[in-house]
Write a new protein. Structure first.
Length: 372
């Protein structure tokens, strides 16, 4: 095509594109309106590098890209919306109290600011300084509890604060709150279904409260209790748990393996079978060791995908399952629960911290001379 004509046509297209964009402004009114509608990322190239050659595909649901960088943004908004709808909380009066150091605390904190609720989070004193700073910067109060008492100390403290404050405080209880699986039934599940045109065969999620794995599976496999038709009853749901804490495996009648104890996959393996999980929706449980989770996480960063340790665990499990001969040509979707920068005090980043500190001690490179 003649050059002048083609550049004229290009301008016409881009001008009209700009006009359309102007007419339909796409602006979130509130921070919580940014929650959800996360994109899918094709992780098949990574799987191929790991030697998977059976034409299976893997997409990551990038919950790491939420407004406060984790899948828990959905939960925070859903529990607060639900309590508002039920008239249980009043802006300017109610304080949300929750025992959580994790991403749920961050989600509750930012939505509490948006809506005008107080927010007090209780957590063991072992929680990193960054985590405390994040929550304090979001304007909530942080109450530390003795490390010897671990999570149960934080739970007891939250209850004590709630008892003192009476009707002015509420504990939303992520491990028991039905608004937890509900938000994944109503948002995460439909998003995955629509964005894959219903073509997914395998779904992978880590389990903390179990809200994500349960809600998404209920939406796709169907759930009469909530009038949901079976869109794909044959969907294989694979839950991922730490190998050092194989409670779900045991609950489903499997065998634990290796030494059981503390693990390093934050957000997963809470050490209880939560009220928010429905084990009947889970077809298989894959246990991944913290070391393997960190290794995969490191590899994902080097693919340009900076995510948290649990994403490493889930992708590790997904690659293992996708490469089985019976999964040739199948499509898997895995949850990528959180963004990686939140974990800089995690042992995974110790080598990088040492390297970063070491940089100062190296001599500066010679200035580049291009005069020759
Ligand atoms: N947060 C993080 C960081 C996680 O890795 C996971 C596991 N996918 C969860 C939360 C778990 O979500 P849920 O509580 O819905 O099971």
């Amino acid at each position: 095509m003649h050059l002048a004509l083609s550049s004229f046509l290009n301008r016409l297209v881009s001008n009209s594109g700009r006009q359309i964009a102007r007419r339909s402004l796409n602006v979130a009114a509130r921070p919580s309106d940014l929650v959800g509608k996360t994109p899918l990322l094709d992780l098949t190239p990574y799987m191929k590098k790991k030697g998977v050659t059976n034409n299976s595909k893997l997409y990551g649901k990038m919950e790491s890209l939420g407004p406060c960088s984790s899948v828990k943004d959905r939960l925070g908004r859903s529990m607060i919306d639900d309590a508002e709808e039920k008239g249980l909380i009043t802006p300017g009066k109610t304080t949300l109290v929750e025992p959580t150091s994790g991403n749920t605390g961050i989600a509750l904190a930012f939505i509490a600011r948006e809506r005008g609720y107080g927010c007090i989070l209780t957590m063991p004193e072992t929680m990193s300084i960054e985590r405390r700073m994040m929550l304090l910067s979001l304007g909530c109060e942080v109450v530390l509890t003795p490390k010897e008492k671990a999570v149960s100390g934080a739970i007891a403290k939250a209850q004590e604060i709630k008892d003192q404050m009476g009707d002015d405080a509420i504990i939303l209880q992520q491990f028991q709150n039905p608004a937890n699986p509900k938000v994944h039934r109503e948002t995460t599940g439909p998003e995955i279904w629509n964005d894959t045109d219903g073509e997914l065969d395998l779904f992978f999620s880590g389990v903390g409260t179990g809200g994500t794995v349960t809600g998404v599976s209920q939406y796709i496999k169907g759930c009469p209790e909530f009038d949901l038709p079976a869109l794909k009853p044959g969907l294989q749901t694979i839950a991922v748990e730490p190998e050092e804490q194989m409670l779900l495996t045991e609950a489903k009648g499997g065998e634990k393996r290796g030494e059981q104890g503390p693990h390093k996959i934050q957000g997963m393996g809470a050490g209880i079978i939560p009220g928010t999980i429905d084990l009947d929706y889970i077809d298989e449980i894959v246990a991944v060791h913290s070391d393997a989770a960190m290794e995969t996480c490191t590899e994902l960063w080097l693919e340009g995908i900076p995510v948290g340790i649990s994403s490493g665990a889930i992708v590790n499990a997904a690659v293992e399952v996708c490469k089985r001969p019976e999964n040739a040509g199948k499509l898997g979707v895995c949850i990528i629960p959180s963004f990686g920068e939140r974990y800089f005090t995690h042992p995974m980043f110790e080598p990088m911290k040492a390297k970063a500190e070491g940089l100062q001690k190296q001599p500066l490179p010679e200035p580049f001379d291009n005069t020759e």
